[in-house]
Design a protein around this ligand. Structure first.
Ligand SMILES: *[C@@H]1O[C@H](CO)[C@@H](O)[C@H](O)[C@H]1NC(C)=O
Ligand SMILES: *[C@@H]1O[C@H](CO)[C@@H](O)[C@H](O)[C@H]1NC(C)=O
Ligand SMILES: *[C@@H]1O[C@H](CO)[C@@H](O)[C@H](O)[C@H]1NC(C)=O
Ligand SMILES: *[C@@H]1O[C@H](CO)[C@@H](O)[C@H](O)[C@H]1NC(C)=O
Ligand SMILES: *[C@@H]1O[C@H](CO)[C@@H](O)[C@H](O)[C@H]1NC(C)=O
Ligand SMILES: *[C@@H]1O[C@H](CO)[C@@H](O)[C@H](O)[C@H]1NC(C)=O
Ligand SMILES: *[C@@H]1O[C@H](CO)[C@@H](O)[C@H](O)[C@H]1NC(C)=O
Ligand SMILES: *[C@@H]1O[C@H](CO)[C@@H](O)[C@H](O)[C@H]1NC(C)=O
Ligand SMILES: *[C@@H]1O[C@H](CO)[C@@H](O)[C@H](O)[C@H]1NC(C)=O
Length: 851
């Protein structure tokens, strides 16, 4: 009896186990001779990690059946792809299989083909296999070769998924568009399409019926879409788009989107009503939340204010206005736009006393650049760009955008939007008389200022002359008078700088504690185990850095200002002011600060992989950072720097970019750190001078090391050095005693010999992408040129790094390190924080002169 019981129990357990096996291993593939049937026993194909499923469904209240792909293991199984969108099956008799010709086919109850992956190839096709992948892609491949015959990602419906590659072919205008559903419950093709408009600089466009434009993203500048001002902020999920290069054999390039966190589910969908929604799955709320939608505001609607109109949500008299110098064509009706008030020089009739001055340009700042349908664009420089515009009477505006180059509008300006910040500058062509009006008043002001300044200068000059005379009388020596003039200008500059106006202004705006969490001293002491030595990670610009673990388990890095000496206070302030305002995935993130008593500390996210020098200069680790990773790190640093120079609300020169200031997170993403030396620049300021040159030997540009002049181009120089170090795995200074004098000198030597390849770190040379490596070295040679003007800006650098098609200018020989090395060496003294300081006179605090 007991025996019998035991047997039944074990049998039922066994069958239960069998049942479990059967139901838990859901298929993710379909082969020839297999069928995926609709009906009561319908079991969809499930991707290996259950992220997506493929099967039959009915949308909403509809009873029609469609073959589609939807999300697997979340509550809201949104549909992302439909096969037979225009051809529904009216009952549950549908079957998916692979035909004898090797195509995926969807048959109805009458064995009639409803949909097919229609591929005419019929050789060697009896081993084809269809599989649903965790990306949401349904692929038909040849089982033995893995060759992809067909994939749903190449035939999207209304949804763009991460990892999807949208093909753009500038030559054919081909742009795999997404087409909306007809209604919420009808997947058949609706009124709206979304795609990449490849004419000119590519942009995303949402089209309505008859291909009328509804919205556009603004031109792609190789890093962001210029018409989405917040795109470079880390906080939203838009960062991660990329245009592939080089073009493949058909001339196509691909737009891809790689989210910063692959575990976040994201989808971009064109709704039936013409809204494009960007959605993210929120696991807490168990629903899709919208993080952006387009068009978002009234001004995002395409051409809202007509040609030559500007749409500004904050406009004083309604959202529409005309560009200055333009007037409304028909008062009260913006759809007709604006027209120029005064004819351009080339339009004026000379025989009736036209003539007049050359046309001039009015600059609109922070705008979404007008649409650009029949573009003329090139990599000419800004001055040349302007001349080209003046040459053609139909040119109405031009601009020069890093990453795109010169753009000239020989057409009406359409869809300009005014942003509060971000955006681009646009130079509008106007008759000189339109600009003159404004200039007159300016001239008066300038004259007054000049006269006043003259009086003051004259006073100072005579004072100095008097003192000089007295001195001369005393010493009896003859000195060149021009020396006096130079001295005077210097002393004048230093006094204005010492008034501290620059610093105070920055401070006044800055440390907004509501933006920046404050940690208590006790929490930090606890986290770092009372700053114990084992927790010391290293030394930053102004003091030791400790690792810590907060109560909730979050790992942090704490930078502690080495208190009493007072040294480093400026750098500390500088860092807190700057970095609190910066947000980018390639900049280290400040979590908060702590001020209590004597203690001043900054709290950062902890970077488990330390800094880049830890890897690339360490023989045992060099091989770990292969070429692919090094290139990704290079790109990351370039993006971070571009953000500092251009895309953030402030314009920032880092001034101390070096390998040890590039930190690496757990995924080896590079993050620029240490803003103690960084400087904010005013909008129009291009160059500044500093009395104290602070930086690190080997990374300093000639003009900075020699004259204390710094600009974005001095960072570009440092970036060039960094590039060479990352590629070669050698420190710039490590070759100082060699015949080439430095890594730069050695790189130049190899570059001129056509042997640049030999520069690549031998540990990774065999496996590196040679084309990419050579391009990087070429870009580095452009960055380390002696003349700041000849160095590219970071936007151009990024463009050159990422696009195989850009033709790179020939680099000039960098002579600075090899020839003048000794002359600056003698001026340097090593301070405690491994930074070399050179003082050009007795004043040692760092000040920014001129504005
Ligand atoms: C459809 O084809 C299958 C196999 O080819 C066959 O068994 C079935 O009877 C056919 N159905 C109809 C309605 O023709
Ligand atoms: C759009 O196309 C339809 C049919 O193709 C046509 O009837 C209609 O007039 C067009 N509308 C516009 C605004 O061009
Ligand atoms: C950009 O971001 C800022 C702050 O995050 C916000 O105030 C502003 O409205 C955003 N601008 C646009 C156009 O979304
Ligand atoms: C699509 O266009 C048709 C024809 O103009 C219109 O009747 C329909 O309402 C539109 N559908 C949507 C969702 O806008
Ligand atoms: C389109 O539909 C979505 C969701 O139903 C809604 O949020 C959005 O405002 C609608 N857009 C328009 C232009 O009607
Ligand atoms: C999900 O939504 C909740 C409530 O709005 C929010 O607090 C949380 O941050 C969201 N989660 C993510 C991952 O965005
Ligand atoms: C505005 O101008 C457009 C185009 O000329 C015209 O179709 C429309 O009827 C006008 N609207 C009004 C309100 O006058
Ligand atoms: C210029 O003005 C003269 C005199 O009014 C006229 O005869 C001539 O046609 C005009 N030329 C053009 C190009 O408009
Ligand atoms: C001026 O622009 C027009 C319009 O794009 C173009 O057709 C013409 O060739 C240009 N002329 C010159 C001299 O470039």
């Amino acid at each position: 009896m007991t025996n019998f019981r035991k047997t039944t129990l074990s049998i039922s357990l066994f069958s239960f186990f069998l049942f479990l096996c059967k139901s838990s291993i859901a298929a993710d593939t379909i082969k020839i001779g297999e069928f995926l049937r609709d009906g009561s026993n319908h079991k969809p194909l499930v991707s290996p990690r259950k992220t997506f499923e493929l099967g039959f469904f009915s949308p909403g209240v509809s009873t029609l059946r469609y073959l589609g792909i939807w999300y697997g293991n979340i509550e809201d199984k949104a549909v992302v792809w439909v096969a037979n969108r225009a051809n529904p099956i009216s009952d549950k008799s549908g079957v998916l299989t692979i035909s004898n010709a090797g195509n995926l086919v969807l048959l109805n109850g009458q064995n009639i083909t409803i949909w097919s992956s229609s591929n005419i190839e019929s050789t060697n096709n009896n081993n084809r296999i269809g599989a649903i992948h965790d990306t949401g892609n349904f692929k038909l491949t040849e089982a033995n070769t893995d060759r992809v015959i067909w994939e749903s990602f190449n035939h999207p419906t209304d949804t763009f998924l991460p990892q999807m590659r949208v093909r753009v072919n500038p030559q054919t205008g081909d742009n795999h568009a997404f087409v909306s559903w007809k209604s919420e419950t009808d997947p058949s093709p609706g009124n709206y399409t979304l795609g990449i408009d490849p004419s000119g600089a590519p942009e995303i466009v949402l089209w309505g019926r008859n291909k009328t434009r509804k919205w556009r993203s603004g031109q792609w500048n190789s890093a962001v879409f210029t018409g989405i001002p917040n795109m470079s902020l880390l906080t939203n999920y838009l960062y991660g788009f990329k245009l592939s290069s080089p073009p493949d054999e058909t001339g196509s390039v691909y737009f891809t989107y790689v989210p910063s966190d692959p575990n976040v589910l994201l989808r971009f969908k064109v709704l039936y009503n013409g809204t494009e929604e960007e959605l993210r799955w929120n696991e807490t709320l168990k629903r899709w939340t919208k993080f952006q939608s387009e068009p978002d505001s009234e001004c995002d609607k395409y051409n809202r204010c007509g040609k030559f109109g500007i749409c500004d949500m904050k406009g004083a008299n309604g959202i529409c206005s005309c560009v200055k110098g333009y007037e409304q064509v028909s008062v009260g009706n913006w759809s007709r736009g604006c027209r120029r008030r005064t004819l351009l020089k080339c339009e004026r009739n000379v025989s009736v006393g036209g003539g007049g001055g050359e046309d001039e340009f009015l600059t609109l700042k922070s705008v979404k650049l007008p649409d650009f349908e029949t573009p003329e664009h090139s990599l000419a420089d800004p001055e040349d760009c302007k001349r080209r515009c003046l040459r053609n009477c139909s040119c109405s505006a031009f601009t020069f955008v890093g990453g795109i180059g010169c753009m000239i509008w020989n057409q009406d300006l359409v869809d300009i939007q005014q942003f509060e910040a971000g955006g681009s500058s646009l130079h509008i062509r106007l008759a000189d008389s339109e600009i003159r009006e404004k200039k007159k008043s300016k001239i008066v002001v300038i004259v007054v200022v000049v006269v006043l300044a003259g009086v003051v200068l004259l006073g100072i000059f005579s004072l100095l002359l008097w003192r000089f005379k007295r001195k001369k009388d005393v010493s009896g020596k003859d000195t060149d008078t021009s020396v006096v003039v130079v001295d005077m200008s210097k002393s004048k500059d230093t006094t204005t700088a010492f008034s501290g106006s620059v610093d105070i202004m920055i401070e006044g705006k800055a440390v907004n504690t509501s933006e920046l969490p404050v940690f208590s001293l006790s929490a930090i002491v606890k986290a770092t185990n009372d700053f114990c030595r084992e927790n010391e990670l290293g030394r930053g610009g102004f003091g030791p850095v400790y690792k810590g673990v907060l109560e909730d388990g979050q790992e942090i890095a704490v930078k502690r200002l080495s208190g009493k000496s007072g040294q480093g206070v400026d750098e500390f302030k500088n860092e807190i002011i700057l970095i609190a305002k910066l947000q980018h995935r390639n900049l280290v993130r400040l979590l908060g600060c702590c001020f209590e008593g004597e203690e001043k500390m900054l709290v950062y996210e902890y970077m488990p992989n330390k800094s880049l020098d830890f890897f690339i200069f360490d023989e045992t680790k060099q091989a770990l950072v292969d070429w692919k990773l090094r290139f990704a790190i290079i790109e990351g640093i370039a993006r971070g720097l571009l953000y500092l120079h251009r895309d953030s609300r402030l314009r920032i020169i880092h001034r101390d970019l070096k390998v040890s200031n590039v930190l690496l997170d757990a995924e080896m993403n590079p993050k620029i750190s240490d803003f103690g030396m960084a400087r904010i620049f005013g909008g129009n300021q291009n160059e500044a001078n500093t009395v104290r040159v602070v930086g690190t030997y080997g990374y300093m540009s000639p003009e900075y090391a020699m004259e204390g002049l710094f600009s974005v181009k001095s960072d570009v120089y440092s970036f060039g050095v960094l590039l060479l170090e990352i590629i070669s795995g050698k420190r710039n200074t490590s070759l100082r005693s060699s015949e080439h004098g430095s890594l730069i000198g050695y790189a130049w030597y190899l570059y001129t010999q056509g042997r640049s390849e030999e520069l690549v770190d031998p540990k990774i040379r065999a496996t590196c992408n040679k084309r990419e490596a050579l391009r990087c070295i070429h870009v580095a040679m452009l960055c380390v040129q002696d003349s700041a003007a000849e160095r590219p800006n970071m936007a151009a650098v990024l463009l050159m790094l990422e696009s195989d098609t850009a033709t790179l200018p020939v680099a000039r020989q960098p002579t600075f390190t090899s020839n003048r090395r000794n002359s600056i060496d003698v001026n340097f003294a090593l301070d405690s924080s491994q930074q070399y300081i050179v003082s050009s006179n007795e004043i040692t605090s760092t000040v920014v002169l001129g504005r």
